[in-house]
Design a protein around this ligand. Structure first.
Ligand SMILES: [Zn+2]
Length: 211
């Protein structure tokens, strides 16, 4: 089992660890700050002992760091890891913004069924079941509502229950989420929304940062 150091502190960027497993390009450590792709959030990139990690994913329950090439370090070695912090911080901002987006989206559009979502360092893509094109005026209103809320400086907290379920809270908004987040909405700045049509009966809302 890999200890997920990011669960304790979403702002950790570097760490020391011991190598527990190496399988070709796949490296497992005893602890890590690399977030493994899950819950719609993309995996972290970075370096372990200066060697490039191109992705972090779960494989059969293992927390796997996928290396660009076979590593020079060996099992039981002590290593130093660092995530690509600029990229991750960007993901944290967009991920936090995506929960706020959904709250105001439902407020303006009513409860559409969510079909899926995915957040990376560029944008959050959330798909909803909808027969008609999303009304551009309502989408603009949603964007304005979100930006006004972000500017109010709401604190974001995460409560961990005894069963491990993590509850994300920000003002009136509450969600179950295991992702990494910023501490205050002012860190996010401003967002913009874009509508796309990913297929019949579906509408997509893309959330990205301004600037
Ligand atoms: Zn989330």
């Amino acid at each position: 089992m890999t200890t997920r150091l990011y669960d304790e502190d979403h702002y950790l960027a570097e760490f020391d660890a011991k190598v527990s497993e190496i399988n070709g390009l796949n490296v497992v450590l005893d602890q890590t700050v690399f977030y493994a792709k899950s819950g719609g959030q993309t995996g972290d990139k970075g370096v372990i002992n200066g060697e490039t990690v191109v992705d972090t994913i779960f494989i059969d329950g293992r927390h796997v760091h996928v290396m660009a090439k076979e590593p020079d370090f060996s099992i039981d070695d002590s290593v130093h890891g660092a995530i690509d912090w600029d990229r991750r911080y960007h993901i944290m901002k967009i991920h936090s913004a995506s929960h706020i987006m959904e709250y105001f989206f439902y407020k303006n559009f009513g409860l559409l069924k969510r079909l899926g979502s995915n957040v990376d360092d560029k944008k959050d893509r959330s798909d909803y079941k909808a027969d008609n094109r999303l009304d551009p005026e309502k989408l603009k209103r949603t964007e304005d509502d979100i930006n006004a809320f972000l500017a109010e400086g709401h604190e974001i907290t995460i409560e961990v229950a005894e069963d491990g379920i993590r509850t994300w809270r920000c003002g009136p908004i509450e969600d179950h989420c295991g992702g990494t987040h910023v501490k205050n909405t002012t860190e996010i700045g401003m967002i913009k929304l874009k509508r796309k049509n990913p297929g019949r009966g579906k509408e997509r809302v893309e959330t990205s940062l301004v600037g």
